[in-house]
Design a protein around this ligand. Structure first.
Ligand code: AMP
Length: 666
């Protein structure tokens, strides 16, 4: 039992210590320190303290995430920082404060801001206060590049960054600039870092990447048979992404059965049989030979195609097949980066279904319990599934060592770039050995993703499954309903009233505020529903998904946070309450239903202001053999006529026509 700090400052109460949920793929039972970089995580007095920011804020999910905290609340110190830097101390959703408190055993309370400055009260022992104060000072001080002296590599298990590997005399890297001022000689320092990095990688044991023995039946397929098979299987297209170089092996033939891929790995086959799958999905058929052979691969495929298993099973074999025993490795072997926590959790759920030789995994995502994540890593894991921000956070804080990653997956790379994660991806991969195997999946193939492939992959083979996502919407009946903006809610409620008990629906809204309004309104009407949007805390977002997955509720009101990657089985309907801003998003939303061999219905409310999307929507409907309402065609015609008119008039209004408040042209 642990003592618990009561949020209202009324003293101590006692709660059961939460059990850290470590997510294992077959627990090996040994308590090694694999993947651990910090020599354990026991606290000063041999006690585990756990705090959550949310719990103290009187959050309505308190019962799910109750915080425990202990400090000396009579000893305090007030410091003042510039108000514009308070955000750095608080962090996203209070995450930084949680970290600070956890790292130091102090409590941090942000006070009122008086314009330019804000008071922060620090509680705890003198030692805790001084630790937290210095961490806060680090956070708020202007960021400047580290010099070699400031970043010494002084303990064996330190996470290696290029800079801290260089233990050299500071003076060696200083020079006088044209004004005679002493500055850092960055060229020289960078060269030293590169050299140190290279030496560090050279010291690592070689990576084993080839685990493939082609079955004679597969080898004997004729090129015509291979082409026919690919065409019949979602029109798979396989090619080298960049130029064909001499000496590269030919693209392997697809495997038609699980046994052809994993004949040498009966335990893997056993795991597949447990799932009851009948045959490899198209992407798996083509990806397994490529990945088992050790090639880099780009899969242009969306969720629902079996892409997770396509990269996961070769990853398990890769982990087990490395020369250094798992318990002696300096860090985890496989890294799977995903754009959102929901997707990361979903991948993790898939990963833990497969038990192979005691391989363990962890899911690291912002907003989740950081301490629990750190503890799981410290116990030793082989697979890290992470969102880019949290991964960098933990590697920077030396809780996780990236040196041993030799199989990397960038899942939904296009989405990660859309969300602005490119710098974080770069940072994550900076320390990872260059002779790794790299896999990337993406639903689309824009220039940003191409650039990423060019920078981080080696002679990748690209597997395109069907045309851009459209395969998914073929199993969905897509209906269009023309409504006035003000009638949308009424139409929605009518639909809900007529829903059957066994129907499940996601209602997509364009704005968080709309999603919030509708979910509240439904609740007021006594209709059970859940909401999923960026304003909700992680714990609530997870609960929302769980409720839908379990069928506790059958209505989810969401923003586009939920449009990609989320796999809610048995979802029967998607409602586009607001039409999405981008047509790609429409495809992703609609693809939430009609999955895994089932059919689904998508109903889109279209108002006059959506006319700019009409022609693209028509293309999608036609491609999927759906009815195209006359009104939609008229809308598209009106829009193109308006554009023509605008082009002719040189894009100027000249007193006639314009955009009304609804975004429609008059
Ligand atoms: P994913 O595309 O990875 O999100 O996978 C979607 C769903 O397909 C998951 O629930 C998988 O368990 C399932 N799945 C993966 N491979 C197969 C397969 N070969 N046959 C049937 N279902 C599969």
């Amino acid at each position: 039992m642990e003592e618990n700090w009561d949020s209202d400052g009324e003293g101590w109460d006692t709660v059961q210590a939460p059990v850290a949920a470590s997510h294992n793929v077959g627990v090996s039972g040994s308590s090694t320190n694999r993947g651990r970089t910090r020599g354990g995580y026991t606290r000063g007095q041999g006690q585990h303290y756990n705090t959550t920011w949310r719990a103290r804020g009187g959050h309505h999910s308190e019962s799910r995430n109750r915080g425990n905290f202990r400090y000396d609340n009579t000893n305090r110190k007030v410091i003042t920082i510039s108000s514009n830097k308070v955000g750095r101390v608080i962090g996203k959703g209070g995450s930084k404060i949680r970290d600070l408190e956890y790292e130091t055993d102090a409590k941090v309370k942000i006070g009122d801001s008086s314009g330019y400055s804000t008071e922060i009260t620090l509680f705890g022992t003198n030692d805790a206060i001084s630790k937290v104060e210095s961490l806060i000072n680090e956070l708020v001080e202007e960021r400047k590049p580290p010099t070699p002296k400031e970043n010494p590599n002084n303990h064996k298990n330190a996470v290696s960054t290029a800079t801290n590997e260089v233990s050299i005399d500071r003076n060696e890297y200083m020079m006088l600039n044209e004004n005679g001022v002493e500055v850092i000689d960055w060229d020289k320092l960078n060269a030293a870092c590169d050299k140190a990095q290279k030496e560090k990688w050279e010291r690592l044991p070689k990576v084993n990447k080839n685990f493939y023995r082609e079955d004679p039946t597969v080898s004997n397929m004729t090129p015509a048979e291979v082409s026919r098979w690919r065409l019949a299987n979602n029109d798979i297209k396989v090619n080298r992404t960049f130029e064909e170089k001499e000496g590269l092996p030919p693209i392997p033939n697809p495997v038609i059965t699980f046994e052809q891929a994993f004949q040498d790995y009966p335990e893997i086959l056993k795991e597949i049989y447990k799932q009851g799958f009948k045959q490899p999905s198209p992407i798996q058929s083509q990806a397994w030979p490529i990945l088992l052979r050790g090639d880099d691969m780009i899969g242009i495929a969306q969720t629902g195609t079996g892409k997770t298993l396509a990269f996961l099973l070769p990853a398990l074999i890769h982990i087990d097949g490395q020369p250094t025993p798992r318990e002696e490795r300096e860090g985890p072997t496989v890294l799977i980066l995903a754009p959102t926590r929901e997707l990361a959790l979903q991948i993790h759920k898939e990963v833990i279904k497969y038990e192979y030789r005691g391989i363990k995994s962890v899911c690291l995502y912002g907003g989740g319990d950081r301490r629990e994540q750190i503890d799981t890593v410290a116990k030793g894991v082989d697979i890290v599934i992470a969102t880019p921000g949290r991964l960098n956070d933990l590697t920077k804080a030396e809780h996780l060592n990236a040196i041993n990653f030799s199989y990397i997956v960038l899942d939904e790379a296009d989405r990660m770039l859309d969300m602005g994660f490119e710098p974080q991806i770069k940072k994550s991969l900076f320390d990872v050995r260059p002779d790794r195997q790299t896999v990337m999946t993406s639903a689309t193939w824009p220039s940003g993703v191409r650039r990423l492939a060019q920078t981080y992959m080696k002679d990748p083979i690209q597997v395109n499954v069907g045309s851009l996502d459209l395969a998914a919407v073929h199993t969905v009946t897509q209906k269009i309903m023309f409504v006035e903006e003000d009638d949308k809610e009424h139409t929605l409620y009518e639909f809900i009233e007529n829903m059957n008990k066994d129907e499940k629906v996601i209602i997509f809204c364009g704005k968080k505020a709309t999603a919030r309004h509708i979910s509240t309104d439904l609740a007021v009407k006594g209709i059970e529903c859940q909401a999923l949007h960026g304003d909700r805390d992680q714990i609530d977002r997870e609960a929302a998904l769980e409720d839908m997955l379990e069928g506790t509720v059958n209505i989810l009101v969401a923003t586009d946070v939920a449009s990609r990657g989320i796999d809610i089985k048995d979802l029967t309907h998607v409602i586009n309450f607001d039409f999405p801003r981008q047509i790609e998003e429409y495809v992703h939303r609609v693809g939430r239903t009609g999955r895994a061999g089932k059919t689904g219905i998508a109903l889109s409310f279209i108002t006059r202001s959506d006319w700019a999307h009409a022609s693209e929507l028509i293309k999608i409907l036609q491609e999927a053999n759906q009815d195209v309402p006359d009104e939609l065609q008229k809308m598209a015609d009106r829009f193109s006529a308006m554009k023509l008119r605008k082009d002719r008039d040189g894009g100027e209004k000249r007193g006639r026509g314009g955009w009304n408040r609804r975004g429609a042209y008059y």
